[in-house]
Ligand binder design. Sequence first.
Ligand SMILES: [Zn+2]
Ligand SMILES: [Zn+2]
Length: 193
Amino acid sequence: MNCPACKNTNDHPPVLQLGELEPGLNVMSCPECAGVFLEHFPYTEWAKSAGHADIDKPVKINVKPSSERAGAKFCAHCKSYLVKYDVAADASFTIDRCGKCGGMWLDGNEWDQLKSRSLHTDIHRIFSTDWQSQIRANEHGKALEDIWREQFGSDYEELMRIKKWIDSHAKAPEVYAFLQAERIVKKSMTSSV
Ligand SMILES: [Zn+2]
Ligand SMILES: [Zn+2]
């Protein structure tokens, strides 16, 4: 097994070596880039032993992968194309999964990053349709927030504070209707002048 990541830059990609990522979790790792290849079965067995009994529960695998295209890699095990998956809306890295054998490729620091998000025992969920559509929704929300921030400038925080107050109000729909009605009344008053 040669390193799928170093293959992009090196004519003689280094051979992956057997290593232990966590106690009881054997992986193939690259001596040069420190990337690791996790095979599906050993990973799920390890995750199960880490208390994730539901890991065998089938998740609907998302077929629409990350829009990131740079650095395409091929599976170390079966040579299939590795599909990139976004991890979170606020994460700057993607993880690669083989659609054929379920093997995963993690670049040098990605296991630690998954660990810091407590996702390392739960990676299978990242590939699910639910997880991926949640990321898209978060990204959409973030883009919308940027537009409003640009619109209101320094008033944005104050508006958010007021909105939060209204949203938590027992009569929130009535408060919004009131603000809207006030605005319509004022508008018709100015136009009649
Ligand atoms: Zn490598
Ligand atoms: Zn594969």
